[in-house]
Design a protein around this ligand. Structure first.
Ligand code: GLC
Length: 446
């Protein structure tokens, strides 16, 4: 299949997954709207339907809370899968939008990147208007992030649920959760080996083999965190009071740094003045990200919010400061070597979400081994920013070929290349399209 045929096929996936004003990540498994999914989706959709790319982002921001938060999930307006909205009950918070049910947490702040990429494709005369509409909403979102999630004004934002990282069952979170946050009743279920019962209420394992999804006990721990957040009406002061643990996640904060850079650029273009306090806090984040570097392991790690200890468990997030774009060139070089290291991140079908030699590594297990197209896309973007063009091009080609040979799967085995998780997954399709066009664009400018 040549590139054009592949683009057409992937565009069909995106159009088929549309519902009203947004695109579902995968209709059976993920039937609502998700934050960073919609951002990636609009980056692909802009290549063939710029108007819908704008609609997608407008629909996402229609779920923004009055305090500025953009939720990671906006539930289907037609109220399918009612149990999802009832689990979160966003209406318990006075800030939730009145007619839209959402979750009560956020996800990596990819919105600035998406708005920026869509803007690039708009006719010049429409750009200012687009930015004037979007930039104030992004300002409100980033301001909320700082006010609520950086309470000590230290630069890094904290996350309160593993879903906020987008890498749901990533090892640093799983270990912390198992250690600090296992209530007696989950311990009892584990002891009595009753966890199979959880399958009765899980939607994902009905559609995807259980070996490719998180374990039942972990799913229960996640559910329990939601229950506790909900009990506190998503009020951050109450959540942080006597909280057992919070993490300053490296993936989330790397995305934030990049988003801040793009926000500044777009605000200048739209002649919108950023609040001085926000500007200062944004600068502080760029400096604080460097504190997540572990000089011994020569990698970046997430950090414990309370103790400030680094959580020395390497994941794909350890490389994502490349995408942030503010780390020194010497550190970027070390990360690029890691990408070429056969013991850790160099696989036949890159890039594994956990290093190959890590005890957590399982080539089929969700965010504990498989390769994902969105993290590849972020890495390719970072590699180019640091002028590692050859490495970026290799990874781009391998990623597109993975999709060409298997289809737009949610994730892939880094060992066998086989597609895993949901079929016809929207962000794989969207970023696949974008990566194909990146090749053709770079050829034009050669
Ligand atoms: C999974 C992923 C998350 C994504 C969601 C919808 O939960 O871990 O990153 O946003 O699915 O696709």
């Amino acid at each position: 299949m040549d590139d054009q045929e592949l683009v057409n096929k992937l565009a069909v996936v995106l159009v088929d997954n549309r519902k009203d004003n947004h695109t579902m990540p995968a209709p059976k498994l993920y039937p609502h709207q998700w934050l960073w999914d919609s951002c990636f989706i609009s980056i692909g959709t802009r290549h063939f339907d710029i108007a819908f790319a704008q609609t997608e982002l407008r629909s996402l921001l229609a779920g923004q809370w009055s305090n500025g938060m953009v939720p990671n999930m906006i539930f289907d307006r037609a109220r399918v899968y009612r149990s999802d909205r009832d689990m979160w009950r966003s209406w318990l918070s006075p800030f939730a939008p009145p007619h839209t049910a959402t979750s009560g947490i956020t996800q990596p702040p990819m919105i600035a990147e998406a708005v920026y990429r869509v803007n690039e494709f708009l006719p010049k005369r429409e750009q200012k208007q687009w930015l004037k509409e979007m930039v104030p909403k992004i300002i409100a979102y980033h301001t909320w992030l700082y006010e609520e999630r950086d309470p000590h004004n230290e630069g890094l934002t904290l996350q309160i649920h593993p879903y906020e990282t987008g890498l749901d069952n990533t090892p640093p979170w799983i270990t912390q959760l198992r250690e600090h946050s296992k209530p007696w009743w989950i311990k009892a279920i584990e002891l009595l080996k009753l966890d199979q019962l959880v399958n009765l209420v899980r939607r994902d394992t009905r559609h995807v083999p259980p070996g490719q999804r998180m374990k039942n006990i972990d799913a229960l721990l996640y559910w329990d965190v939601v229950r506790r957040l909900r009990r506190k009406n998503y009020d951050i002061t109450r959540i942080l009071h006597r909280s057992l643990f919070c993490i300053e996640d490296i993936t989330f904060n790397s995305v934030l740094v990049r988003a801040n850079t793009l926000l500044e650029e777009m605000a200048t273009q739209a002649r919108i003045k950023l609040p001085e306090e926000l500007r200062l806090r944004m600068q502080r984040t760029s400096r604080a990200l460097l504190q997540c570097w572990d000089e011994k392991d020569k990698l970046f790690y997430s950090r414990d919010f309370i103790t400030h200890d680094l959580i020395n468990l390497p994941t794909i997030g350890s490389l994502l400061p490349l995408y942030a774009g503010i780390i020194p060139k010497e550190q970027a070089e070390i990360l690029v070597k890691e990408l070429a290291n056969f013991a850790t991140f160099k696989a036949n079908f890159p890039v594994p979400s956990v290093p190959l030699n890590n005890s957590f590594f399982d080539h089929e297990m969700y965010w504990q081994g498989p390769s994902w197209v969105n993290t590849n896309w972020l890495l390719i973007d970072g590699l180019k920013r640091y002028r590692f063009y050859e490495e970026a091009e290799n990874l781009r080609k391998l990623t597109v070929d993975l999709i060409r040979q298997n289809g737009a799967y949610e994730y892939f085995s880094p060992i066998e290349g086989k597609g895993l998780g949901a079929k016809n997954f929207s962000w794989t399709a969207a970023l696949g399209i974008d990566l194909i066009y990146q090749n053709h664009q770079s050829k034009k400018t050669e």
